[in-house]
Design a protein around this ligand. Structure first.
Ligand SMILES: [Zn+2]
Length: 113
């Protein structure tokens, strides 16, 4: 449910624009998790919340852990992924590009274009 917002936060908030993050005063931590497929998931937790040992990767459903070099193993044997399947998965990045474009449009309007 909150996946889109997570993408927005990492994509746009990381840049110089930063207005998406404004007004967020509650103390939070962004904890990165990595799954066996190399997907990075950043989970935003309240600072007092307990950090879970594992997090289900929202892209492929594998368990993800906090050690990038040693992600938790897949619970069952999966067929080796082809390059095409990998590329197809990465196309979800287009959502982030659309959000970036939106932010750039807003910036242009503000400059009086
Ligand atoms: Zn994954």
């Amino acid at each position: 449910m909150a996946g889109g917002n997570a993408i927005r936060g990492t994509r746009v908030g990381a840049g110089p624009i930063g207005e998406v993050e404004r007004g967020e005063s509650a103390p939070r931590r962004r904890i990165p998790f990595w799954c066996a497929n190399g997907h990075e998931t950043r989970v935003v937790l309240a600072s007092e919340a307990e950090v879970p040992e594992f997090w289900d990767c929202p892209r492929c459903g594998l368990p993800a852990g906090q050690d990038e070099a040693a992600p938790p193993p897949a619970p069952r044997i999966e067929p080796y992924k082809t390059h095409l399947a990998y590329v197809r998965e990465r196309r979800t990045d287009a959502d982030g590009d659309a959000l970036l474009q939106e932010a750039l449009d807003r910036l242009r309007v503000r400059r009086g274009g």
